[in-house]
Design a protein around this ligand. Structure first.
Ligand code: SF4
Length: 112
């Protein structure tokens, strides 16, 4: 292999290596930005919102006074929560256009 061919091979290797590192970082940054935009677009659901009151929604599941509530149930492990487990706030399909607290709960809870 000539020196020129060897340099071309090394350049190709370095380009591939850089693409393998940069692409996942860019993808992670995009997901973070998307989650931030979604959270910013959806104002927090208020506990005194009529729809929230109807479904006994609370920001803190430990404050729930309902015979339906079972320990360990909270928004971030509910099938209707569209954030990720551990997110402080996230969208919920039961309350469109609003964010619910990840530690919250309502009587529509359904385990993932
Ligand atoms: S439906 Fe699930 S995620 Fe939405 S408020 Fe009720 S418990 Fe939380």
């Amino acid at each position: 292999m000539s020196i020129i061919e060897e340099l071309k091979t090394r350049r190709r290797f370095l380009k591939t290596l850089a693409g393998g590192i940069i692409a996942p970082l860019a993808g992670g940054a995009l997901l973070t930005r998307t989650a931030t935009v979604i959270a910013a677009d959806n104002p927090h659901l208020k506990e005194d919102d009529p729809a929230a009151k109807q479904l006994n929604y609370k920001h803190d599941a430990s404050q729930v006074d309902s015979s339906k509530y079972e320990s360990g149930q909270k928004c971030d492990n509910c099938r209707y929560f569209k954030g990720n487990e551990g997110d402080e706030w996230g969208p919920c399909t039961i309350f469109p256009g609003k964010s619910v607290n990840g530690a919250g709960w309502c009587s529509s809870y359904s385990a993932k």
